[in-house]
Design a protein around this ligand. Structure first.
Ligand SMILES: Nc1ncnc2c1ncn2[C@@H]1O[C@H](COP(=O)(O)OP(=O)(O)OP(=O)(O)O)[C@@H](O)[C@H]1O
Ligand SMILES: [Mg+2]
Length: 238
């Protein structure tokens, strides 16, 4: 098992944002987390880094209890996050953004790792010296993913990678998720409001509601579930 969250609670002041989360991610899986705005999806991902810190429960990554490790120590263990809203460094160039992502990686790996990112995202190769803030939204999202890959993570966390993108980029993002998993063996935890597409690429999924997991199953099971269909696929979220 790559990641096991058991009974994880988290708070922001008096807001009880995670209420006993049980989530597992196996090596080589794509697992998706779906849920409405404010359900706690981003909080769940951030809690893996201790921000907010789990107030109860346990998080085990790659056989090690990381529940109380400092954030940078957790990143060093091989978890990389593409945060909601992309957050590239806008005044830095494309290649400088990739250098920032490579901070936890040996300097000797940089050329090869950057070449791998450019092979995956040829547009970034063409734009190496362009400032990231002047890239289109879709290009910025690819850069954010590329940057996260530079640290050679074992587990990649993607928080709403398709949000706000044009349909052509949304398709490309889901293709990339598939390719990373299938061709590069990347284990991925994917948060999406685009539940329909997310459940189609995912091996398994969880539905998060008010800080708790309400439904868990394979992607196919969740796609076929009447509750999921009513709440997330036919109700305007899809
Ligand atoms: N830094 C914060 N301080 C206080 N409350 C917060 C903070 N971040 C999130 N929350 C609250 O925690 C709850 C869960 O928020 P979270 O961002 O995890 O939801 P989400 O499922 O990612 O939603 P969305 O789909 O809108 O991104 C919400 O009620 C939110 O208002
Ligand atoms: Mg969120």
């Amino acid at each position: 098992m790559m990641l096991t969250m058991t009974g994880v609670h988290a708070h922001y002041g008096h807001i009880h944002a995670l209420r006993g989360i049980d989530v597992e991610v196996q090596v080589g899986e794509i697992v998706t987390l779906i849920g409405a705005n404010g359900a706690g999806k981003s909080t769940l991902m951030m809690s893996l880094f201790g921000n907010p810190r789990a107030s109860a429960g346990q998080i085990v990554f790659d056989g090690e209890d990381i529940t109380r490790l400092p954030t940078h120590e957790i990143a060093l263990r091989g978890i990389s996050l593409v945060p909601e809203g992309r957050r590239v460094f806008p005044r830095m160039t494309v290649i400088e953004n990739l250098q920032m992502g490579a901070n936890f990686s040996a300097p000797d790996n940089f050329e090869a790792d950057a070449a791998r990112v450019f092979a995956m995202f040829p547009i970034l190769d063409e734009r190496q010296s362009q400032r990231a803030g002047t890239l289109s939204g879709g290009e910025q999202q690819m850069l954010a993913i590329g940057r996260a890959l530079m640290s050679r993570p074992k587990l990649l966390l993607l928080d709403e990678p398709s949000l706000g993108l044009a349909p052509i980029y949304i398709r490309r993002i889901f293709q990339i998720v598939r390719e990373l998993n299938r061709d590069h063996g990347m284990t991925i935890l994917l948060v999406e409001q685009n539940a329909n597409q997310a459940l189609k690429v995912a091996h398994r999924g969880y539905v998060l509601q008010h800080g708790g997991i309400t439904i868990a199953g394979s992607g196919e099971e969740l796609l076929a579930s009447p509750e999921v269909r009513a709440a997330y696929l036919e109700g305007g979220h899809a």
